[in-house]
Design a protein around this ligand. Sequence first.
Ligand SMILES: Nc1ncnc2c1ncn2[C@@H]1O[C@H](COP(=O)(O)OP(=O)(O)O)[C@@H](O)[C@H]1O
Ligand SMILES: [Mg+2]
Length: 251
Amino acid sequence: MLEIKNLHARVAETGTEIIRGLDLTVKAGEVAAIMGPNGSGKSTLSYILAGRPDYEVTEGDILYDGQSILEMDPAERAAAGVFLAFQYPMEIPGVATMEFLKVAINSQRRARGDAELKIPDLLKKVKEAAGTLEMDMAMLKRPLNVGFSGGEKKRAEILQMMLLEPKLCVLDETDSGLDIDALKIVADGVNALRSPERAMVVITHYQRLLDYIVPDTVHVLSRGRVVKSGDKGLALELEKNGYAGIVGEAA
Ligand SMILES: Nc1ncnc2c1ncn2[C@@H]1O[C@H](COP(=O)(O)OP(=O)(O)O)[C@@H](O)[C@H]1O
Ligand SMILES: [Mg+2]
């Protein structure tokens, strides 16, 4: 479903290269964990997948369902089923969370040629998903992410993911800022979305999240490249021995 080939990318403004020959394949139905030390390029990779214009791809390609997405803007990628849950979700003052969800869902439906969801149907869907995440409906009247705690922001991200039903989900450090109960709720939400037609890329610094979201494959990023791949055992090995060994081996 996702095939990244020899990807090189840099910061558009300064030309600093951050992704340096990255290869990664994630099949449909697979949950791939991306691990790696701070500054290895994990968040940058997720931004590039989402199509943020502040990064430039200088070499290589990103194929999604066999097609290059490099020429697609972020909205086109989203309409095609690519979803990114941010490490630091943006605050949107003045836009109630519910209104945001409505616009996000319906603009994607329009882009796909589907009819817009009627308000009662939308409310029903949102209520169901919010219930799974143990989110209070009152929260959805508040502006998106404004004054939300770390855990509430992450829940709001997972709620969007549940409602948009993407084919490729990229979750950046979904565990940061979560207490153990919130972590379980978010992991349950993610696990409920596991499906043979969907691929997930779970970026995390710590193995802790992977106790709850058990990955099919684990890839270690260092200096903008995948330097080691394995199964869930690799995450446990990293937990025990740290990154130094693997990152050193590759350098
Ligand atoms: N806009 C930018 N300008 C300059 N350097 C950047 C920019 N974005 C990211 N970087 C640098 O790229 C490296 C990778 O960052 P990041 O992708 O956030 O790492 P990670 O998520 O793995 O911690 C870091 O050294 C970071 O400082
Ligand atoms: Mg990061």
